[in-house]
Design a binder for this molecule. Structure first.
Ligand code: C6P
Length: 409
């Protein structure tokens, strides 16, 4: 049983929200891909911060502010360790993955890209890793090239080798697809991109909740994550970037904390990573994110991955037993996301009925419209798994699909 890989009842007990009912049924939350539920460790860290530790950071000389600064910088050190970055100078706190990618596009992109240069993205990117590059395309005249995927939802390394050239300046790729679950071989992809001198940005929004990430091993230049998808709060995320790149990149926003000195003639910028953190940061968010990372580490990242792999295999097997279900995204290497459609039923109708059974699943294009276009579907239903899900949840999912099928077909 998958549950034996971790102490499931102990883990599940950490999520108070899951004790409630929805429409008269115990809540089954299968939408961690949109945002995960939060364990007590995270809720309490934020609660304690506001009750006992709240003050602005890097500003006060009084004890409370110094302690708040220590906690905030402590969260940066936890993030560094979590990603195995070389230095905390490489950890920039941002609002989330979307802001991280926009920061790179605005700062690194405007400094390094010019008309005719190429950015490669894959066909399975989230809009957050497409639109910032389209904005640059329209403003700078760069080219946006798409690495296509096959019908399993996998990209091909030979196709990438054929695509890259001396014009390629950046490969922007998702580590794990939110719409398909595909885990991309980003280490191999980075090698290919680096062979022509291109930089590599990895969108880690979906990967970090599910697996161990080592940015030095991946050798990516930029890595983006969102706290709220990995058991942390909303409004906080991390942009990891190699120190040498951040050192020469211009600030993304101007204001407090990112300066060293200001006169009307000239501003000198602060050292890394503060150069990229203008204004009062999300202090409670960073502390909550640190607590979330420690929560995951206390279970063990490899154990989480193994547990979810078993659960995904079980879910896939059970869904395949239902006539009319088509799974969208059958890559060999997948994380805890399962997208599907039921022949003859619109995903939104289905998800609405499933809500009546107490199930929270997402029915949408998942902000990855090109994926929907590839598979010629308007939307999919997506069940995304977390450490608080088990086989019982999958059984409830299957029962609800069967109910909906009977009602709608
Ligand atoms: N995907 C989903 O339900 P933000 O909103 O900045 O925290 O994350 C954006 C983002 C970027 N990349 C990937 C791969 C993502 O999955 C997401 C967020 C959510 O799938 C909301 S659309």
């Amino acid at each position: 049983m998958a549950e034996t890989l971790l102490d499931f009842s102990q883990v599940r007990a950490q999520f108070p929200i899951l004790e409630q009912t929805e429409n008269g049924h115990p809540l089954v939350y299968l939408d961690g891909g949109a945002t995960s539920q939060k364990p007590l460790q995270v809720i309490e860290a934020i609660d304690t911060y506001y009750r006992k530790q709240n003050a602005n950071v890097h500003r006060g000389v009084y004890g409370l502010s110094e302690r708040a600064t220590e906690l905030y910088e402590g969260a940066r050190e936890i993030s560094r360790g979590f990603l195995n970055a070389r230095s905390t100078k490489e950890i920039v706190f941002v609002r989330g993955t979307t802001e991280a990618i926009n920061l790179v596009a605005h700062s690194w992109g405007r400094m390094n890209l010019q008309a005719g240069d190429e950015v490669i993205v894959t066909e399975m990117e989230h809009h957050s890793n497409i639109v910032p590059w389209q904005l640059l395309r329209d403003q700078l005249g760069i080219r946006l090239t798409v690495l296509r995927m096959n019908d399993l939802g996998e990209v091909c390394m030979n196709a990438l080798k054929g695509l890259v050239s001396e014009k390629t300046k950046l490969l922007a790729v998702t580590h794990m697809s939110n719409a398909l679950g595909t885990i991309n071989p980003v280490k191999e992809m980075a090698e290919i991109a680096h062979s022509v001198g291109a930089k590599v940005l990895v969108d880690g929004a979906q990967a970090t909740p599910h697996m161990q990430v080592d940015v030095q091993d991946l050798d990516c230049d930029f890595y983006a994550l969102s706290g709220h998808k990995m058991y942390g709060p909303t409004g906080i995320g991390v942009l990891y970037a190699k120190e040498a790149l951040l050192e020469v990149m211009p600030p993304y926003q101007g204001g407090g904390d990112m300066i060293y000195s200001v006169t009307f003639e000239k501003t000198e910028y602060n050292v890394l990573p503060y150069k990229f953190e203008a204004g009062t940061p999300n202090i409670a968010g960073a502390i909550g994110l640190g607590a979330a990372m420690q929560f995951m580490q206390s279970i063990g990242l490899d154990r989480i991955a193994a547990y979810e792999a078993e659960l995904l295999a079980y879910a896939t097997e059970r869904l395949k037993e239902i006539e009319g279900v088509r799974i969208i995204g059958e890559a060999e290497n997948k994380g805890g996301v399962i997208s599907f459609v039921l022949e003859g039923v619109h995903p939104h109708d289905m998800a609405t009925l499933m809500d009546q059974d107490g199930l929270a699943v997402r029915a949408s294009h998942h902000c990855a419209m090109p994926v929907m276009q590839h598979f010629k579907v308007p939307a999919t239903i997506r069940a995304s798994l977390g450490v608080y899900n088990n086989r019982e949840d999958i059984d409830r999912l299957v029962a609800s699909i069967l109910d909906a099928k009977e009602m709608l077909l």
